[in-house]
Design a protein around this ligand. Structure first.
Ligand SMILES: [Fe+2]
Length: 246
């Protein structure tokens, strides 16, 4: 079995198109999507057209949830920008997304952790604002009760694999559309992929073991950086142009 795992598209339709083309070039015909599809100062409308057309197994991200649970006045600027571009069909699609799901009996999908959609699973944030690998015992504790051999999560936009003591593998494919961001919780911090390409993962089961290949796909990231700047978001413009928040 071989398939692609994508996550955190965040309204970046050019990055998504480049990744889908890369997946086609590899002749991979199964894709799963780990959520946070549209939120961002980019093009949620065009992204929704593509994503809804694909009909992928998809779990709900925290920003997917904010787009259908929060009133427009309460939304952050990234969610509000996306919300205005989405039609009823896209909002209904978001509303129907599951929190988590088991795919083909052997892959578990969630957006952030199996317990909630907004805590970092494989990383943690120190009080000084450093994003560091989370202690393995804590990662392991949250995987309790999941019997699938491959466990997928997104949310932190950082590509990483963690092998659990019993051999299960937890994988974050990284972000398709947003290589860096800032957040205030649990402490003010930056997450930076330090890379401008669209990231995703190819997962293949070989001799009963999961082999993961992280892919980095070039696309016209400067066009999206310019779009973010035109939409009043210098932070996103920096992230898309450089992979850093500068
Ligand atoms: Fe997220």
């Amino acid at each position: 079995m071989i398939f692609a795992a994508i996550a955190d598209i965040h309204g970046n339709h050019l990055a998504l198109e480049a990744v889908l083309e890369d997946i086609r070039r590899l002749s991979i015909d199964a894709v799963v999507n780990l959520g946070d599809c549209f939120s961002g100062p980019l093009d949620a409308g065009k992204t929704a057209e593509i994503v809804l057309g694909l009909g992928l197994p998809t779990v709900r991200g925290n920003h997917d949830r904010y787009l259908v649970e929060q009133p427009l006045e309460a939304m952050g600027p990234s969610d509000a920008h996306a919300f205005r571009q989405l039609d009823d069909r896209s909002r209904d699609w978001l509303r129907a997304l599951p929190f988590d799901l088991v795919w083909r009996d052997e892959v578990y999908l969630c957006h952030a952790t199996p317990k909630d959609d907004s805590t970092y699973w494989l990383e943690t944030v120190t009080s000084e604002g450093h994003v560091v690998p989370r202690p393995a015992t804590e990662i392991e504790a949250w995987a309790e009760g999941i019997s699938e051999s491959l466990i997928l999560c997104g949310h932190t936009h950082l590509s990483r694999t963690v092998r659990l003591t019993d051999g299960r593998l937890v994988v974050n494919p990284g972000s398709i559309g947003c290589p860096a961001y800032t957040d205030d919780r649990p402490f003010p911090h930056k997450v930076e992929a330090r890379n401008v390409h669209a990231c995703y993962a190819v997962c293949e089961k070989r001799r009963d073991a999961w082999v993961v290949t992280f892919r980095q796909v070039p696309y016209d990231h400067m066009a999206m950086a310019e779009l973010a700047a035109a939409n009043g978001r210098p932070d996103w413009a920096s992230a898309l142009a450089t992979g850093f928040i500068r």
